[in-house]
Design a protein around this ligand. Structure first.
Ligand code: CAO
Length: 435
């Protein structure tokens, strides 16, 4: 047995014209008792109109933009015999007519109210929580849309303007916001961080606009994500590579024309692998829930390579099993491929620790950003001869600046310093790599 239920605008007080701002059902839809089927609004407030039956929508009599009043037929619902209309719904609507406002005022969403309560307590430490909550309150949206946004974890206050009447935020706007957020994979605002305001630079002089390369855009998104997620520390030191440089020059002098030259970077890779074997937490990643450390038994080193399209990081796999000459050949081949845009995605995956060398260009120090989910990155700038005290006199030594950035959740300061001391020791006397 089925019953045809008519859903009408309830008695909500002396309001002659109520705007229909959103219709959430169509003929053929299944509805359940108290599910919001439309949003109505007056100048003072808005309300979600609930279904008074469970069943199938037979016909909808209103559309967005219509004006309705008490008794206007909204829709008919073919209700199942054992799921017919609920007098409770009717009562709950009627109960609201005694409110000072003629329609149900938008309630403060539960979680926002909670957040406000919390933020009042922690205001001194975390003022941004209050800001986020207050934007949520100001947003022009119906309770059902607020609820929908909340379910998806969206702070409705970050949706700048809705596509509904007078900028009202509709369900579709929340969906588009989430789609954009996912496809861009980046936080443009929200999370308590205000976005950088747009500026019309042409008001100050001539400008030219260039589209960022895909590599730059993706790198930028990844770097922003790492910057926001990882508590990073950068530790600076210098390695004495005087003897290493003499050995390297000897090796290169023996090279025939066309053979790949040996750069200091290759010895750094070897020194890093040896130090990672000594300090396994540098060859690890945190599980995504942050509860476990995943220790790796392979030694793949990523090398940041500068290309016309931006920075890419080819990975030299199993660097522990390769000779300096093998690594030299592989690095030359991969950096060439990278510069020609020919590197395959698989050749940039599976890295354990990254080296970012600016030594060929210059610099004295910098703070590289960890290539997460790796836990550390070694930055290198230009080696230079410096007077070093040997206990009796100052001697000219070739000193290589090293900058080690690490994820402080995994590596503590003392461990970082010990790791760096080991790297320095290997570089100062590469015979130690044989031990
Ligand atoms: N100190 C002094 N000289 C150095 C040096 C250092 N730390 N590192 C390299 N050099 C010298 C090399 O010995 C070489 O000199 P010669 O031509 O006289 O032999 C010259 O600089 C050029 O070296 P290179 O850059 O070609 O070779 P590499 O093995 O050191 O580096 C690669 C290879 C691919 C890392 C590099 O070419 C590159 O792309 N560097 C840029 C990396 C980058 O942009 N990182 C980003 C940082 S964060 O955004």
């Amino acid at each position: 047995m089925t019953t045809l239920i008519e859903i009408k605008v309830p008695d909500v007080g002396n309001v002659a014209e109520i705007d229909v701002v959103e219709v959430l059902i169509k003929a053929g839809d299944s509805v359940s008792l108290e599910q919001t089927i439309a949003t109505l609004e007056t100048d003072k407030a808005s309300m979600d109109l609930p279904s008074s039956a469970t069943g199938t929508v037979q016909q909808v009599y209103i559309k967005t933009g219509d004006k309705v009043s008490e008794g206007t037929l909204i829709a008919t619902v073919l209700a199942e015999a054992n799921a017919a209309s609920s007098p409770k719904t009717e009562e709950s609507i009627k109960a609201t007519k005694d409110l000072p406002q003629t329609l149900i005022p938008e309630p403060l969403p539960e979680k926002v109210a909670d957040t406000l309560a919390v933020s009042t307590q922690v205001h001194a430490q975390k003022p941004e929580i209050l800001t986020v909550s207050s934007t949520t309150q100001k947003a022009h949206a119906s309770p059902s849309v607020r609820f929908f946004a909340r379910e998806l974890g969206v702070d409705i206050g970050t949706i700048k303007a809705g596509s509904g009447r007078k900028g009202r935020i509709l369900k579709e706007d929340v969906k588009s916001f989430v789609k954009k957020f996912i496809s861009e994979g980046v936080v443009t605002s929200g999370g308590g961080i205000p976005s950088i305001p747009a500026v019309d630079f042409s008001q100050y002089g001539d400008i030219e606009t260039q589209k960022l390369s895909k590599i730059k855009r993706l790198t930028g998104q990844n770097l922003s994500r790492v910057w926001l997620n990882l508590p990073m520390v950068t530790y600076h030191d210098e390695a004495d590579i005087t003897d290493l440089e003499a050995f390297r020059n000897t090796l290169n002098a023996e090279k025939r024309n066309g053979e790949t030259k040996i750069t200091v970077l290759l010895f750094i890779i070897k020194a890093l692998v040896a130090a990672m074997q000594q300090f396994p937490s540098f060859n690890a990643s945190l599980s995504s829930d942050g509860e476990q450390l995943i220790l790796k038994k392979y030694f793949n080193i990523g090398i940041a390579v500068d290309t016309p399209n931006g920075l890419v990081v080819p990975v030299l796999r199993n660097a522990n099993n390769k000779s300096i000459n093998e690594l030299a050949g592989e690095l030359a081949e991969k950096s060439e491929k990278a510069r020609n845009g020919k590197l395959l995605p698989a050749e940039m995956q599976g890295g354990c620790l990254t080296v970012s060398s600016l030594g060929g260009i210059g610099g004295t120090a910098f703070t590289p950003i960890v290539n997460a989910p790796e836990v550390a990155i070694l930055g290198i700038t230009r080696a230079k001869i410096q007077p070093v005290w040997n206990g009796k006199e100052f001697t000219p030594r070739l000193m290589l600046p090293l900058d080690l950035t690490y994820d402080h959740r995994v590596i503590d300061g003392a461990e970082g310093a010990r790791f760096m001391a080991a790297v320095k020791q290997y570089l100062a006397d590469i015979r130690r790599l044989l031990l």
